[in-house]
Design a protein around this ligand. Structure first.
Ligand SMILES: [Ca+2]
Ligand SMILES: [Ca+2]
Length: 388
């Protein structure tokens, strides 16, 4: 072989080497892309699968919440006949016991858990098998809507209860401090809420406007007062003077459910579920003359959750003894009669976590006793439902 030929062959094998290195490089990068892509695809598939599972698990959790609310009334009605006790709703009830506890799909843990909470519902084999099918963990929170001030109870009539309750709420220490600091006059806003929902078009004198629509005509996006009940609490943001900060501070104490149907219907506050802080604002003497008794009573209820009052008859006595309320008191006169010992409207927040996915459903239900002659076939109906 001549030197030239040898050189030529060397060049050829050099080029072949470069080409093969390039091919390998291309294959490697292609394979890496493929591995990466299938990994990403796989993760997306898993996430999407878990998302769907979480959604179904949240629906199951919502059904559990509904079941507990309905079962609680059934238990109450059964003991009404046996023990001659009126049905009540309090934090000692079935629906309140599971609030905020993560529930796993292991039947044994679930049984232990029911035992600790003294919940007497049978865990059948069928139920255990269904529970095992549930992926991940879920949580249910049930709130009594009658523990809050209903701003829709201004749709008809003078709304003196709603106005008096809102005024009392604005007198709570933190709320009062905030309003003072921001220089917000709250009472005209209460009257604007009334004008927003009431079915007439006359502006309340204390709303500080001559016409109900005045505050809204001046906006860039002109609109008029609704003259109908709120569909959701967020709608308060449309009322003149209400803003995000007020919403954050006040809305935990407010509700729009149930909706007032006639002027003879008054708002109902369940004395057993209204937060202690709000009761303290509604009956200021509780924190003065009654301070010791009032705090002791709530410590007792915290240790052994039960009802403050078990019948309508007991309410006046409790208001007098625990809250030192004087029935002739001018301020509380307008809302002393709104108290009750039970509720039929409940908010259920159900959350499920599967893998990296979390899904929630929030619903408000109205509990009802089935009565075929009145065409009521279900034990509850939805007033609100939202997937989050
Ligand atoms: Ca109106
Ligand atoms: Ca009006």
């Amino acid at each position: 072989m001549s030197d030239n030929q040898l050189q030529h062959n060397k060049n050829e094998s050099g080029i072949a080497l470069i080409i093969s290195i390039m091919i390998i490089a291309v294959i490697v990068s292609f394979t890496t892309d493929l591995i990466l892509k299938s990994q990403v695809d796989f993760e997306l598939v898993v996430a999407s699968r878990d998302n769907i599972r979480a959604e179904f698990a949240a629906e199951s959790a919502l059904n559990l919440g509904k079941f507990l609310v309905v079962a609680d009334l059934a238990v109450d009605l059964a003991s009404k006949q046996q023990l001659k006790k009126e049905p009540v709703d309090s934090s000692g009830d079935l629906w309140a016991k599971i609030n905020g506890f993560p529930i796993s799909n292991d039947p044994k843990t679930f049984k232990d858990y029911l035992q600790v909470l003294k919940i007497a519902i049978p865990v059948t084999d069928k139920f255990s098998a269904q529970l095992r099918e549930l992926p991940g963990e879920f949580q249910v929170e049930v709130e009594d809507e009658s523990s809050k001030i209903n701003v829709n109870f201004a749709a008809q009539g003078f709304a003196k209860e709603m106005i008096a309750l809102m005024n009392a709420l604005s007198s709570c220490p933190a709320e009062q401090e905030y309003l003072k600091e921001k220089n917000i006059e709250f009472e005209p806003i209460i009257y604007r809420i009334k004008d927003w929902v009431d079915d007439n078009v006359r502006a309340e004198a204390k709303s500080n406007y001559g016409s109900e629509d005045d505050p809204y005509i001046k906006n860039d996006e002109k609109y008029s007062a609704k003259n109908a009940p709120f569909d959701s609490l967020d709608e308060l943001m449309l009322v003149d003077g209400w803003n995000e900060e007020l919403h954050t501070i006040f809305s935990p104490y407010l509700t729009v459910f149930p909706i007032q149907k006639s002027s003879s219907e008054k708002p109902q506050l369940n004395l057993n579920t209204v937060p202690k802080a709000l009761l303290g604002c509604l009956f200021p003497a509780a924190k003065l003359e009654c301070n010791k008794k009032y705090h002791e009573k709530f410590i007792e209820l915290e240790e052994e959750p039960s009802a403050l009052a078990t019948s309508k008859k007991e309410i006046a006595g409790i208001l007098k003894d625990v809250f030192c309320n004087n029935s002739k008191d001018e301020k509380s006169k307008n809302y002393q009669k709104v108290f009750t010992t039970r509720s039929n409207t409940f908010r259920i927040k159900a959350t499920a976590e599967v893998g990296s996915q979390t899904r929630s459903i929030e619903a408000v239900i109205s509990r009802q006793i089935p009565n075929p002659s009145k065409k009521i076939t279900n034990s509850s109906k939805y007033l609100y439902w939202k997937k989050i």
